[in-house]
Design a protein around this ligand. Structure first.
Ligand code: TXA
Ligand code: MG
Length: 321
């Protein structure tokens, strides 16, 4: 067990987080999407610690977080990415690009591949930590592998207390689902729907190729069938709650159930995305406390952020491996 320090989102907390990263430690940090579990991307032991703390399979590579496009350019070939970088950074867009020779990135970050996933986050606290640290930070979502992603410091605490060096509390995450991942290795390809709607990206790139299931590409969570799993089973596209079910709703006029949470009464997909993981954490705990055995989920439109929401819900509902 480690003693996990609690840090505030003030100058002292930000400086302490950067110092722990410099020393090779692991710090959970807020981003606009979800909390990330950060380590120095140039330090192999620090990166190995991420895999251990999450129980993450070592074939699943990590995203590096940078403070500027020019920092991205030290590690990745970014020329082809300029239009997307100009339009969406800082923000919830991750780009998979060719890794530069002699980048210095710990091989475990890319799981040995010659490509690297890079993003420049928009969260002001994360930006301040990156500026103070002045280097690339590898950071997957700060949840145990296969479980629901954290959107509050309390979620991280529940799952990671004693396994990491510090948690910096920057409040609840705004976007609520992880970044959209686009590969630019051949033609622009969607690897994971996320916080930037696919339509906004396609306005610049034209129609995106979808993940083809080829054996050379690293697997993204979108390809691991069961992910984001609450403890209870999940039933999608439900019209009402059956006996023994809790209800996760979307829109006005939801059916009755012993435990219910509404992702958005106004049918607002951005609000539903912001609420999604906190609602899954909460409904799972409340349903189990009430002796229920399943979570029924209302249909969510497959449009805008609905693609990312439905992607996460399908994985929450997938058979467990
Ligand atoms: O919003 C986010 O992206 C959050 C915050 C913390 O930034 N991070 C996040 O990381 O969701 P993670 O590890 O949970 O998901 C990133 C996924 C990895 O699972 C991996 O499959 C994919 O990105 N990935 C990383 N490097 C890749 C590469 N070189 N090629 C293809 N996919 C890659
Ligand atoms: Mg994750």
């Amino acid at each position: 067990m480690k003693r996990t320090e609690r840090l505030k989102d003030d100058l002292t907390g930000i400086a302490r987080a950067a110092a722990i990263l410099k020393a090779g430690g692991l710090v959970a940090l807020p981003t606009e999407t979800v909390y990330g579990l950060a380590a120095d991307a140039l330090n192999p032991e620090a990166v190995a610690g991420i895999y251990t703390a999450k129980g993450r399979p070592s074939f699943n590579p990590l995203i590096i977080h940078v403070s500027s496009p020019s920092m991205a350019g030290r590690f990745a070939e970014i020329e082809a990415a300029r239009p997307l970088i100009n339009a969406f950074w800082p923000g919830p867009l991750t780009l998979v690009l060719p890794l530069r020779a002699k980048s210095g990135i710990a091989p475990a970050v890319t799981a040995g591949h010659d490509s690297i996933a890079v993003r420049m986050p928009a969260h002001p606290v994360m930006q301040s930590v990156l500026a103070a640290f002045n280097g690339p930070v590898a950071a997957p979502s700060a949840n145990p592998s296969g479980r629901i992603s954290p959107t509050t410091a309390a979620h991280v605490e529940t799952d990671m207390d004693g396994k990491i060096d510090a948690i910096l509390d920057g409040g609840a995450c705004d976007v609520g689902v992880e970044s959209t991942i686009i590969s630019l290795l051949d033609r622009p390809r969607l690897l994971r729907p996320g916080g930037v709607p696919v339509q906004a990206i396609e306005a610049l790139t034209g129609p995106l190729a979808r993940f083809s299931g080829g054996s050379t590409a690293p697997k993204a969570p979108g390809m691991l069938a069961s992910h984001y799993a609450p403890v209870l089973p999940v039933r999608l596209n439900a019209q009402k709650a059956e006996d023994g079910e809790a209800w996760l709703g979307f829109g006005p006029d939801q059916p009755d159930a012993p435990v219910t949470i509404n992702l958005s009464e106004e049918e607002d997909l951005e609000e539903a995305a912001t609420n999604l993981f906190a609602a899954l954490h909460e409904i799972d705990a409340a349903a189990r406390a009430a002796g229920l055995t399943q979570i029924a989920v209302a249909p969510i439109p497959e449009d805008g952020l609905g693609l990312a929401i439905n992607d996460r819900l399908r994985r929450a509902a997938a058979p467990r491996g």
